[in-house]
Ligand binder design. Structure first.
Ligand code: CA2
Length: 143
């Protein structure tokens, strides 16, 4: 089955800046690890990162046949009605991942426009959150 891994604005900087908050792995490392994990279960991972809201929405529209998505929307989490509408409109089930604990940070990070329509939310588990999400998706697809 086709699985999407979406990452929003600034997550291309992973592994290069603020390792105390976001860890030391690069996005390429994470994408490679998840690609191998999904391939071992005969799923195909399509990874996409963009700093542009519309490009993330276009990618989701173009891949609406996907069985599941994992997304870290970055700062768009707290601002984007349009990204939420794209998930509602395509009906692709998704797990929302945040590397940091957004509830322990500034108040403006406490609200997510996506969480109430997510199939699961993983927050504050570091980079491991992506792996937890991948394991969950694999188990849900097997169930
Ligand atoms: O904790 C998360 O995963 C966030 O989605 C990360 C976003 C932030 O706006 C959210 O509130 C929580 C920021 C992504 C910035 O990524 C960077 C990675 C490395 C260095 C600098 C920024």
């Amino acid at each position: 089955m086709k699985i999407l891994l979406l990452n929003g604005p600034n997550l291309n900087l992973l592994g290069n800046r603020e390792p105390d908050i976001y860890g030391s792995k690069t996005l390429k490392d994470i994408e490679g690890e998840l690609e191998s994990l999904f391939a071992s279960k005969s799923h195909t991972l399509h990874s996409f990162q963009s700093n542009h809201e519309g490009q993330l929405i276009d990618f989701l529209h173009d891949n609406r046949d996907a069985g599941y998505a994992i997304i870290n929307p970055g700062g768009l989490t707290h601002t984007s009605v349009s990204l939420r509408d794209a998930f509602s409109g395509t009906a692709v089930p998704f797990i929302e991942v945040h590397i940091s604990n957004i509830h322990a940070r500034e108040e403006f990070r406490h609200h997510s426009f996506l969480s109430s329509i997510a199939a699961g939310v993983i927050v504050g588990c570091g980079i491991q959150g992506y792996h937890l999400a991948a394991d969950l998706v694999i188990k849900r697809l097997e169930a």
